[in-house]
Design a protein around this ligand. Sequence first.
Ligand code: GDP
Ligand code: IMO
Ligand code: MG
Length: 461
Amino acid sequence: MSSGSRPTQQAIMSNGESPAAPAHPVAAAAPPNRVSVVLGAQWGDEGKGKVVDLLAQDADIVCRCQGGNNAGHTVVVDSVEYDFHLLPSGIINPNVTAFIGNGVVIHLPGLFEEAEKNLKKGQGLGGWENRLAISDRAHIVFDFHQAADGIQEQQRQEQAGKNLGTTKKGIGPVYSSKAARSGLRMCDLVSDFNEFSKRFEVLAKQYKSMYPSLEINIEGELDKLKDYAEKVRPMVKDGVYFIHEALHGTPKKILVEGANAALLDIDFGTYPFVTSSNCTVGGVCTGLGIPPQSIGDVYGVVKAYTTRVGIGAFPTEQNNEIGDILQTRGHEFGVTTGRKRRCGWLDLVLLRFAHMINGFTALALTKLDILDVFTEIKVGVSYKLDGVKIPHFPANQEVLNRVEVEYETLPGWKSDTSNTRTFEDLPENAKKYVHFVEESLGIPIKWIGVGKSRESMIQCF
Ligand code: GDP
Ligand code: IMO
Ligand code: MG
């Protein structure tokens, strides 16, 4: 088309609409601020599952947009502890439709095992198959991706003396296949199985040549995948149209459950000790196919101290009795791998960096109750390198390993907050701690977590 025949911006504006009628009822700009987002602001396990569960009481659709079953999100309802890895946690609410977007990587056996396990625990997951939609553009994690993840870790250990500490869920390998354009998607699985089988064989052989010790029974794998294709076919939708129909029709409340966290983001995290997806706000748009204007609130979830599972720099880590108290009181064990989480004080430098990227509109400060026993509580407020204050969160891991943290010391409250349900009823020093975090970051704290259960949350405004 020559530039002369294109509709001008003025022509579009003067008619009030584009001369070309939209080809689909939703093929127009999405209404603004319809989508709320929950994101991890540290190194994961901040309590996103619990915050999502709370917000899902008032949501129609809860989405995952990135990551895979490396995530482990806990929801405690009526004393039953559910753990979600691929399924959006909001599915526990019977009125919610769950959606797994195109940015997520799906291990099908893992998905069904997770659903079965949670179904046995309580009522929450009833009818889940009819309440789950999966994007046809989501990539599939195969068993050989998971096995290759394990081999890569072993090779790193043998060749460089240290690994990344991955969850071995195949996340790095499957996102590599996606970027290399040799991955397979849900739409491939549920359409022409012969074509899918040919591409599966090519990919499996590539993996076998990269990792000769891999044992892949191609025929056997394809038999299993054919069964999964039948099971998931009714759930697979064109994800972009699915989410846009929800955006455009009768107003629906859409909630996005971030997995992993800002400092594990492939671009902004503590690379290479990160995961392989964008766990910051940009991943919401690319992982669901929605424009940025449709995003309203972006809630950051911040643990009242810091934890990290796996390898990598951790400036405020407390490799001492304080770390042990946080680990024991906080039951800090990974939900996906069962590994002990490393623990330390809250780090405001890291949180400011996460806020720059995500633009949090409010925070949920979780696990305040874990700090109940301390006489003094420290908060990392700035970093020094070779004795000189540095104004930023460094990209380079060797540098981050060398920073010296400057702390502010606040008085503890030494009393049980677990039954507190209003901000006013918190001990004075706990209020001071919350205000200090809020004022230092310039972000309002909307919720404060004081226990595992759905009820153990203080709503501040
Ligand atoms: P997620 O990955 O961000 O969803 O967090 P995880 O589920 O991996 O880890 C958070 C852990 O802390 C879970 O065991 C939660 O049940 C628990 N938890 C969440 N919020 C609170 C809180 O405010 N207080 C206490 N004591 N535990 C909490
Ligand atoms: P949730 O959603 C904590 C960490 C792993 C490892 C690194 C890379 O529960 O907060 P991967 O398997 O993704 O290649 O591992 O990232 N990691 C997490 N740590 N919580 C998570 O998710 C994590 N997802 C990945 O421990 O260090
Ligand atoms: Mg977790």
